[in-house]
Write a protein that binds this ligand. Structure first.
Ligand SMILES: [Zn+2]
Length: 308
């Protein structure tokens, strides 16, 4: 049985991260020398793709990756069977790199995922690469002593040679929740959403909170609705830059909405029938839900198609 999470974007990733073996520098060095090893290539956080007609491929040989110039960082993502997959970040103007290659395109990951330009499993690997390389780029100095740190264990952490402190990549937990009263669900919209789009409310977990408390606090802050029981439903890595969207369902104990206009511009209760029309993009007022790429779509779809 696939996890419900796998129905949404950025979630398929079957790389074996070799957590024990990657501690051994000789293991990583051998993979870096192996002809079968491959690498993803990102310029800042924009993946490079090879194009052959309508086919896009994110996987480069290590020689091809090196041809972009000295990498700013190379990290080990994991193995598919015997084949290792690395991710290489190249500096700055990658669009000008490898000028002899006219089969290259640099396409942001959101577009790659939305348009399904590469295999879904490779979108998961690109997501892992983007978040990890972004973390390395923005954590080059030890947070304890401020001396330069360096990548270790295949890039799964950074170490400070000066004070010995180890630093690990951050994942930022975000609660995203479908609130229902049984017959209606609560959806809101931010000012920056596309016209007519309503989605689940969401917010970052704060220090010292349970996930349930995050859900209750965010809904009270943004919409003034009191929440009772909270259930986990599914999750989604969201590589912008490194969140984990934790999808929940939550039961409303009150119905009056008081909007915090600093966070959202509207929030309303929608019937199942309305959400079905919004998902199908057939709502008479032109209202829509987020696309399948987003976990909000999964949360709303699961509820909309329940018998109610
Ligand atoms: Zn240090």
């Amino acid at each position: 049985m696939p996890d419900p999470s796998h129905a949404t974007g950025f979630t398929l990733n079957t790389l074996d991260r070799k957590s024990a073996q990657r501690e051994d520098p000789a293991f990583i060095a051998a993979l870096l020398a192996a002809p079968s090893s491959r690498s993803l290539v990102l310029s800042a956080d924009i993946p490079a793709l090879k194009r052959a007609g309508d086919i896009h491929d994110a996987i480069f040989t290590l020689d091809e990756a090196r041809a972009f110039g000295d990498p700013a960082e190379t990290v080990f993502l994991g193995c598919h069977g015997e084949r290792a997959l690395f991710a290489t970040r190249i500096e700055g103007a990658a669009h000008e790199a490898a000028p002899e290659r006219d089969d290259l395109a640099f396409v942001d990951l959101r577009t790659i995922a939305a348009q399904g330009l590469v295999d879904p499993e490779m979108i998961g690997a690109l997501s892992q690469a983007k978040s990890l390389l972004h973390w390395h780029q923005h954590n080059r100095f030890c947070a304890n002593c401020a001396k330069p740190s360096k990548a270790a264990a295949g890039g799964s952490r950074r170490e400070c040679e000066h004070c010995g402190r180890h630093h690990f990549p951050r994942v930022e937990p975000v609660a995203i929740m479908l609130v229902t009263d049984g017959e209606h669900c609560l959806l809101g919209r931010q000012a920056g959403f596309p016209p007519g789009m309503y989605s689940c409310l969401a917010g970052f977990a704060e220090v010292g909170e349970t996930l349930e408390d995050t859900v209750r606090r965010e809904i009270m802050e943004e919409a003034g609705v009191k929440i009772g029981h909270v259930d986990y439903f599914a999750s989604q890595p969201w590589p912008f830059p490194a969140s984990l969207m934790i999808g929940c369902t939550a039961r409303a104990l009150s119905s009056e909405i008081t909007i915090d206009t600093r966070e959202i511009e509207d929030a309303r209760w929608f019937s199942r029938e309305e959400t079905r029309l919004m998902l199908a993009r057939e709502h008479p007022a032109g209202l829509i839900c987020p696309p399948k790429l987003a976990i909000a779509n999964l949360l709303i779809s699961a509820w909309a198609t329940e018998k109610g």
